[in-house]
Write a protein that binds this ligand. Structure first.
Ligand SMILES: [Zn+2]
Length: 106
């Protein structure tokens, strides 16, 4: 049964993550809290203050590359979700994707 062995290999990193209490709690509250009304309001406010990408200068209004508010100190590194807007930056989806990728590999 090669399929079974493959599934076990996939499960291993998850189990390791679950044994680390802090990681588990942090990760869960993280993904849930991004859907709260407070965060949406803050994100909208930031994009009103800075209606362009702070890295490439892309303006709001491009539906294929929308702007998002990004935490300067990521939640995964202990940052808070609800912060003053100066602790956020406006990024387009392309730049946000690049930064997220960079964070994961660094
Ligand atoms: Zn950009």
């Amino acid at each position: 049964m090669p399929d079974l062995r493959h599934t076990d290999q996939l499960r291993q990193p998850l189990q390791r993550l679950r044994t680390t209490q802090g990681n588990r709690v942090g990760k869960e509250s993280w993904s849930v809290s991004y859907r709260t009304a407070d965060w949406r309001r803050l994100s909208v406010q930031k994009r009103k203050e800075v209606p362009y990408c702070e890295l490439c200068g892309q303006r709001d209004g491009d539906v294929s590359n929308p702007l998002t508010a990004d935490h300067i100190q990521p939640l995964s590194e202990g940052g808070a979700l609800i912060v003053p807007t100066f602790m956020l930056r406006t990024l387009c989806r392309v730049c946000h994707g690049k930064i997220t990728k960079h964070r994961r590999t660094s």
